[in-house]
Design a protein. Sequence first.
Length: 88
Amino acid sequence: MTKVKKNILSKLKKHLEPSFIEVIDESHLHANHNPDAKNGGTHFKVKIISNTFKGKSNIEKHRIVYGILDSELKNGVHALTLNLSDIE
């Protein structure tokens, strides 16, 4: 597991207290158009189920996650695919 993935998991768990979380590094799928992706840690698919999202619009949910991961997004993470829900 890359350091970036560990940081993403740690921050999201701390701030969202999810009942389910899955973070998949898909960087290797983008290595043909992003040279940094060859090393991993640039493209992630994230699925989270958390009560924090209850009553929030999809835009609000995305803003929450992007706020939590602001540092990572400014320092190497190129893309996040998000699947966010408040119900299992």
